[in-house]
Design a protein. Structure first.
Length: 237
């Protein structure tokens, strides 16, 4: 990928940071090619916000002495801003992202907060449908908690959005969202219930029974348990 750079005086703020499904930084001129450590620097700042230099250096270079880690951070800051001037900025002893980038993780969490607004439920659900796993190809241990947090955010958004859309008669998008939640976690019984409830709301009893049977088989195969009464009573079975 060709490195994209802009003059230091550029006023463009059309910068986006993608972390869901894979890492990418894009500006008005196209994709920005960042070194590996610069990518990790941007990812940490996008997820955690402005961070102290020492903490940031320890996060990214935890296996070396502090003075070497801080030196590596200085080099990384320089290389990052060489690729895209102003992408990172330092203030005192802390580092943050500059250029006011759009960050897909923030878009997902914002959608989760707005899903109960009638005018925004469809758009919020679409955001969850488009989202992927947080940096799936990275093996950094510090990402584990963030991955699980965002997985839960996405699952709840898909389920809540599906239920609300069904209530508004938007059955097509509703069932798409509910089934997407099952793709993420097919052992999530609340997602199975959402699928069943949508079929029933649309008047498709046979589809609802098939969904219940799939739920029961999945739980029996993986966990050796039957669906809870909360699920079974949807069909009075």
């Amino acid at each position: 990928m060709q490195t994209t750079s802009r003059p230091a005086g550029s006023r463009s703020r059309e910068v986006s940071v993608q972390l869901l499904g894979g890492f990418a930084v894009t500006c008005a001129d196209g994709p920005v090619d960042l070194p590996v450590q610069a990518q990790r620097l941007v990812a940490v700042l996008a997820l955690q916000g402005r961070t102290g230099r020492r903490r940031l250096a320890d996060r990214l270079w935890c296996d070396v002495a502090e003075d070497r880690a801080l030196a590596s951070l200085r080099t990384c800051l320089w290389r990052t801003n060489k690729a895209l001037p102003g992408l990172v900025e330092t203030t005192g002893c802390s580092v943050g992202l500059g250029l006011d980038p759009e960050i897909d993780v923030h878009r997902l969490t914002d959608a989760a907060h707005s899903v109960h607004e009638p005018a925004r439920v469809a758009a919020a659900t679409e955001v969850a449908l488009a989202a992927g796993e947080l940096l799936p190809d990275w093996e950094d241990r510090w990402l584990d908690e963030e991955r699980e947090r965002l997985r839960q955010v996405r699952l709840h958004l898909l389920e809540n959005g599906a239920a609300l859309l069904a209530g508004h008669g938007r059955f097509g998008l509703a069932i798409e969202a509910a089934l997407a939640a099952l793709v993420v976690d097919d052992l999530r019984e609340s997602a199975h219930r959402t699928v069943i409830a949508i079929h029933l709301a649309e008047g498709n009893v046979a589809e609802a029974r098939r969904a219940y049977t799939a739920c029961r088989r999945t739980l029996q195969r993986a966990l050796g348990v039957d669906p809870t009464p909360q699920t079974a009573t949807l069909l009075a079975v």
